[in-house]
Structure formats: C-alpha cells, structure tokens
Ligand binder design. Structure first.
Ligand code: ADP
Ligand code: MG
Length: 729
C-alpha cells in the first residue's frame, strides 16, 4: 500500500473536504461597495490631487500626451499617503519581462530620519523610475551588446493599485522595463509603441473620411480566460502536474467530455465559491469581470471581463491569472493555466476580442447604418484582411510556445494556419466588389455594391455560425483571435495586431490619397482600395471547417503558411518583412526581435527538457516498478499453474511484458536522445531536436505507460488517474 499512498490520501482528502472561512463577508459587501477600492483611480486622483496636477495627468492618460515631469513629486506624495492609509508599507514597480510572467521587487517607504526614528518617503523620481537588479532576466544577449542595465518606467496609462496580504499591503505601479539605451526588455514597451502607431495611421484614414475625434484611437481587448481547477492533493500526488503543469501520463477516462454535459453546466459548489471570491478580489482592483461558466472539458472553466483598452486589459489579465492561482489555494484547489493539462480533452485558450476605436466613435469594426459609415467599416475590415494575409506568420509566432503546440491544431482550437472568418454575408459583400469590376459574369444573384452609396445589408451583430474552428473570426463589431493560449500574455499578439493594422491602414491612406491626387472621386478611390484587397488578399478568407484535412490541403494551395510547431513558427519574428514592419512602425528593432526569438526558443527548449526529465523519472521510479511487480505476480501464477498441470493462457502476461519492454527500451532511447540534443551548438538545432526527436519518444513512452495503467492492478498504481482528477471535487 505504500506506492499509492499519496493517491489514496488525495482521494481521502476530497471526501473529507470542508470549506474554510471565506475571506469576505459576502452577505454584507456588494460588488459596488468594493469595486475599485484598491485602485489609485481617476476618481481618487481627482479628489486628492491639486486641480492643475490632476488635469495635466488626466490629459496624459486620456490623450496620450507626454507627461509633465514637474508634477511627479506631487503625484508621488499623494499616492504615498493614499497607499499608507490603505495599510501599505512597501511599493513595487510591476513589470512584464520576456519570461511572460509578472515581476516585482518591493521597497519599503520607510527611511531612517537620522534621529533614531523613521519617516515614510516616496519621491517623484521613485515613482517614475526604478532600477531593479534585473540581470537574471533573459535579454537574448541584448544587455551585453548594448551595455544595458535595465530600468523600469512608470506607465501612466495603467493605474497604480494596492495588493493585499493577510500580513499587510503594498502599492503596485505598472511599469515598462527598458535598457538605458532604450532597448525594450519587456512585453509592455512594444505594446505601448504599437498603440501609438495604430492611432497615427487610423487617424489618417479617418481624416480622409472627414471624421475627426478629440480622443486617440486605441485598440481594445476583451480577454476570455480559460482554466482548469483540480483538487490540489492530486497536484501534490503527481510530479508532472506539479512541475510541468500538465499530465505527461494518464490513460483516457471511461467518460470524458463526449456527453457535452459540462459546457454551461451547473457549476460545482466548491468551484463556484472559489470563483466568487476570485471575482471579489478582482473587483477591488477594478477588473470588470463579467462572465463565469463551465467550459467544455470536465473541470474546465472560463472567466471573462468586459473589454478595455488593450494595455489595461492585458495588465488586468495578469491580475486575473494571479487571483485564480491564489484564491484556488484557499479552496484546496489547484488552478491549471497550462494550455493542455490533459490529453484527449479540450485544452485552454485565451480568446483575444480585438477592436479599434474610442469612446466617441465606438468600434471602427462596427458596420454602422449609413452608406458613409459602411464605407469606413469596409476600409477597416479590408485592412484587417490584408494584415492577416501579409503578416499571418507573425501572428502565428506570437502564440508559439511548447504548451500551446499541444493545443493548436488539435480538435478544439483553431489550426496553426492563420485565416479569417467573415461569415457568409460579409464575404458576399466583399465578393460583390470583385463581381462589380468584372461586370456581369452570370453570377446574377450577386448585387454590385457601390461604396458610399449602398447601405450594407444589416449584418447581425453575431454573424450566424460562430465557427470556432477559425483562428480569426469577425464577430459583429470586433475580431476574435482564438489562437492565443491560456497561460500566455496577450501583449505580443495585440502588439502584432496593432502593428499589422497600422501598416494596412497606412497603406489604405496612401492608396486613397494617391487616387484622390489623380482626380478620382472619393467613393471610387475607396472602392478601388477594397477591390485591390480582395484581388490580392482574399486567399486568407476561409469560412469553412478549419479542423478538416481538406482545409490543410486547400491552405497549402492558397500559399498560406502552416507552421505546425514553435521551432517552425518563431523564425517568422525575424523575417525581413516583419523586421521592416516593426522598424517602420517604431515598435522594435531587428536586434530586439532577434533577442525575443532567441529567448522564446530557449524557453521552448527548457520546457521540453524539463518534461523529458520528468517522463524519465516517473517512468523509471513509478510506472516501471508497478508494472514489474504485476509482471512478477503473473509469471509466478503461470509457473504455479504449469506445475499443477493446468493449461494457462498468458495473454495478459505477454501484453504486460511487451509494454514493459517498449517502456524500458524507449526510456533508454529518450535518455540518450535528450543528451545528444543538448550537445548541439545551435539553438535552433536543439529546438528542432526537442520537437522532432524528443517529443515523439515521450509520446511513445506515454502510450506504453497508459496501456499498462489499464492493465496493472489498481492498488499498485501510484498516480491519480484522469477519472479521479477530473471528476472528483
Ligand atoms: P463570447 O465570445 O463567448 O460570445 P462575450 O460576448 O461575452 O463572449 O464577449 C467576449 C469578450 O468580447 C468580452 O470580454 C467582451 O467585453 C468583449 N467585447 C465585446 N465587444 C468588444 C469590442 N468592441 N472590442 C473588443 N472586445 C469586445
Ligand atoms: Mg468568445
């Protein structure tokens, strides 16, 4: 009974689980009471800052104007007093290094006053700039190349907030992380730069349409976060879950998700309690959480806030992930943000609902009701079509990771081929432009459309079929990008979307300006731009089933890249057209892109390396011994039977022996292969080795182990199985 004691204990713990005291008095506080309580919000600033300082800061935040450094000391003093009233003893600059994590280093407000006591100090310069000793963060060689010590710089557009701990609170200041020479070492800096680029080019297009707005055009993001919750005892009983965040072994359960009884099902009480507390924690931070529900796979859930300007939405998403992890612990649960914690059932994504616009204009992807509004909509939509066709490889690269590789292209996530779903109606509208030019071709049902004259047929806000198989779907007033993985930051994808859109909108503005210069009437100039996009870029439009084999063939015929894994996808980051795009739009330089590619590739290698070591360890120390014991029992029984003259079929013994042999041989092969791959000098060779040699061997070991799991007596099996992990709560 010793081998499986952890497993038994885990199951035992679930049957005796009792909810602890919630950290909130839910009946006495309402969401409205606590919403934004811990945020240095616009309201707090207006109440507390001198009027002129508030107005100056407000302008910087809403209009994106450069901040007046002379106000920093005042803001810092007011922020400090506010934080101390909220119990804060420390402050930290929060930043987002290329590891994809959130990073923080706390400093105390307290300074000795020289007379044996202390005073609280927090100056403008401490607010604006920090210098964490960040030498351990990956820089892809940038730091040595550029002599670049890292510093953090206040991001005024994302408000400061207070984080609570039972033993005290601390002030968090969202920041960028750069080198002294201006090299971006994080994910926020390029995101903010891309926001400026897309505003600049969108305004050019709007000006041509005679649309003027006092506010900048910003990109919005609504990030739907999927996750799993499992009892934490199972996590402790399985090293693969604990360390890799996913199960590297595990036979398919007798019942999976095939009954579709999970999706939107009644949320289990313990899980719902946890969700409610997560939401309360997030309300305090002004994260506008809106929806919660059961997802398709057993033990899988989703949380989604209302969309916000993308920089804020992404910072908030980091807080959501942190809250999920932390609060889950209080309920004896483990939150798994991995893209594919369990084989054979759905993995988790993070859908990025993306739009451009502002409070005055609404979404620029909204068709609108007048012919003029429609024409503007069509230009923005056409710009997206061109963007995804030209830079689909870049977009693909922004979602590349070892964990997301297991999800993309499986039967629940969009394929690795980047295409756009427009829905039949909108596709027909665009097709009508082609028909319009080539004259009557007998396709009589197709109405010709004249820009600025016709009103589009009213497009349903949610065009027909949702088509979950498309990586990029038009959903009425926004595009939904579905390839991002649940554990990833949305910053790289939104940066790419902004950059691509800036490029396409700039191209549109150039095109229309040129036509106008040649005397073409405005509507015809717009029409010719749309026609150009349809002629050149309609290959990227695909409304069919993205999961089908047919589409893979068809996509190849259309020349769309099918980058199946991370080592294939990451080189896109340094393709000449991507370097050109990012340099032209002032987002990242070639060296910065190369550094990113190198860091992400390194992360890929380290992830698979860790997993391979776990496979070797678990196969050798847990699975092999259990199966050997059973083999011994079977052999002994067969021998005894033989001794007493009973004819005995050794089918099970032969099977177990066969799988054990495969296990043993493949473990040796994997061990040798990992060593050989690690020896290679080029990072890309190492990565492709992990992808094409190591991962298949890990799978082969898993297949043998999973077959053994279904044969070895249950009391010898130490690892909690899928049935237990997924259905017990
Ligand atoms: P579903 O995709 O399941 O229908 P919802 O309708 O709840 O989910 O929307 C998903 C996300 O899209 C939410 O975060 C929502 O706020 C966001 N969203 C809605 N309109 C826009 C928009 N114009 N731009 C960006 N995100 C948006
Ligand atoms: Mg959605």
């Amino acid at each position: 009974m010793s081998t499986n004691s952890a497993r038994r204990a885990a199951i035992q713990a679930i049957t005796t689980y009792k909810a602890g005291e919630p950290s909130f008095n839910f009946s006495e506080t309402s969401p409205a009471d606590i919403f934004g309580r811990n945020v240095f919000s616009d309201r707090v600033m207006r109440e507390r800052l001198p009027k002129a300082v508030y107005q100056s800061l407000h302008k910087t935040i809403t209009l994106g104007e450069r901040m007046d450094p002379s106000i920093a000391d005042t803001v810092a003093a007011v922020m400090k007093d506010w934080a101390i009233e909220k119990g804060a003893t420390h402050f930290t600059h929060v930043f987002y290094p290329l590891t994809g994590q959130t990073a923080e280093k706390h400093d105390s407000f307290i300074m000795p006053d020289g007379r044996g006591g202390v005073i609280a100090e927090f100056s403008g310069s401490m607010l604006i700039r920090g210098e964490p000793d960040a030498s351990s963060f990956p820089s892809g060689g940038l730091r040595s190349t550029f002599e670049a010590r890292g510093y953090t710089a206040w991001d005024v557009t994302s408000p400061a907030y207070i984080m609570e701990n039972p033993n005290g609170t601390f002030l968090c200041i969202p920041t960028m992380f750069l080198s002294w020479t201006g090299v971006a070492l994080d994910k926020k800096t390029p995101l903010l730069r891309s926001g400026q680029a897309v505003n600049r080019e969108a305004q050019r297009v709007l000006a041509l349409f005679n649309v003027h707005t006092d506010l900048p055009i910003v990109s919005y993001a609504g990030l739907e976060q999927e996750y799993f919750l499992v009892d934490h005892n199972f996590n402790f009983a399985r090293q693969d879950l604990q360390i890799a965040g996913r199960t590297l072994f595990g036979a398919q359960p007798s019942k999976g998700q095939e009954f579709s009884d999970q999706y939107f099902g009644v949320i289990p009480q313990r899980v719902l309690s946890c969700m409610m507390e997560v939401e309360r924690e997030l309300y305090k931070l002004a994260v506008p959480v809106r929806t919660r529900h059961n997802e398709v796979a057993p033990s899988q859930y989703e949380i989604a806030p209302l969309f916000e300007p993308s920089n804020l939405a992404i910072d908030h998403n980091h807080l959501i992930m942190a809250a999920l992890r932390n609060v889950a612990k209080r309920y004896g649960l483990k939150c798994l943000l991995h893209e594919k914690p369990f084989a054979g059932i759905n993995g988790s994504g993070k859908h990025v609902n993306y739009s451009l616009g502002n409070a005055e204009l609404g979404s620029l992807f909204d068709p609108g009701e007048t012919p003029h509004a429609n024409a503007k909509f069509l230009v923005f939509c056409a710009a997206m079509i061109r963007a995804v066709h030209k830079y689909g490889g870049l977009l693909r690269a922004t979602v590349a990771s070892a964990s997301n590789d297991h999800r993309l292209g499986a039967h629940e996530a969009p394929p690795a081929i980047m295409s756009i779903f427009l829905g039949d109606q909108l596709t027909e509208v665009f097709e009508a432009f082609r028909a319009g030019r080539s004259g009557d071709t007998g396709e009589t049902s197709r109405r010709r459309i004249n820009v600025g004259v016709d009103t589009l047929p009213p497009l349903p806000t949610d065009p027909g079929d949702r088509n979950r198989t498309s990586p990029m779907a038009f959903t009425g007033n926004r595009f939904e990008f579905r390839a991002l993985g649940s554990s990833q930051s949305a910053a790289s994808s939104v940066t790419a979307l902004n950059a691509m859109m800036a490029d396409s909108l700039g191209f549109a503005a150039d095109w229309i300006e040129r036509e106008l210069g040649e005397g073409t009437p405005f509507n015809e100039a717009v029409q010719s731009f749309i026609r150009h996009v349809i002629d050149e870029h309609s290959a990227v439009i695909f409304n069919g089933d993205g999961y089908s084999e047919v589409w893979h063939k068809e996509a190849r015929r259309r020349g769309l890249p099918d980058l199946r894994n991370t080592p294939e996808a990451l080189p896109e980051l340094t393709k000449p057209e991507v370097v050109d795009l990012y340099e032209r739009q002032g987002i990242l330089h070639k060296a910065e892109l190369a550094a990113r590619q190198d860091i992400y590739l390194d992360q890929y290698c380290k992830t698979v390396h860790t997993e391979a070591l776990l496979v070797l360890r678990l196969a050798r120390t847990v699975i092999f011994p259990a199966a050997m014991r059973y083999q011994g029992e079977l052999a002994l029984t067969a021998a005894r039977m033989h001794d007493i003259g009973v004819e005995y079929k050794t089918v099970t013994l032969d099977e177990v022996t066969g799988y054990l042999r495969t296990l043993q041989d493949t473990v040796a092969e994997l061990d040798a292969t990992v060593r050989a791959v690690e020896e290679r000098s080029e990072r890309m060779q190492v990565a492709t080795g992990y992808c094409n040699e190591v991962l298949p061997l890990m799978q082969k070991i898993r297949d043998a182990a999973d077959a053994l799991e279904l044969r070895v007596p249950d009391d010898l099996w130490a690892l909690p199985n899928y049935e237990e992990i997924l259905f017990d709560k």
